[in-house]
Design a protein around this ligand. Structure first.
Ligand SMILES: [Zn+2]
Length: 114
């Protein structure tokens, strides 16, 4: 007879996976944040950076000024600003919203491919 994996085991696996993803994100931020410019290299607009929830994480340039209509909510995880795109309202309530810079940038195609 084959017993299903007990629930605590599954939860442990989830927690381990989340921790590993978090570590990779912190590592990426620590190693490469300083290499990311504070202004867009194409249009010179001031930008800020966040890492996406993807694994491996991707760098997302945001307009430097919050936008109440923007699709992105940034939640800090330790030192790392993490971008949540259209998050559920329980995550977004009371937080600033941001717009990806590629919505504004005249050279948007370049950003998407990066
Ligand atoms: Zn730009």
């Amino acid at each position: 007879m084959c017993d299903p994996l007990p629930l605590p085991g599954l939860e442990q696996m989830d927690a381990d996976a989340r921790r590993a993803r978090r570590r990779r994100r912190e590592e990426e931020w620590r190693q490469r944040a300083s290499a990311h410019p504070r202004t867009c290299t194409s249009c010179r607009a001031p930008i800020r950076w966040a890492l996406t929830q993807a694994d491996p994480p991707r760098w997302m340039p945001l307009a430097d000024t919050p936008d109440p209509a923007g699709p992105v909510v940034v939640i800090r995880d330790g030192a790392v600003p993490v971008a949540y795109i259209n998050p559920p309202s329980r995550q977004a309530t009371g937080r600033l919203r941001w717009r990806p810079h590629w919505q504004d940038c005249p050279s948007a195609e370049q950003h998407r491919r990066r």
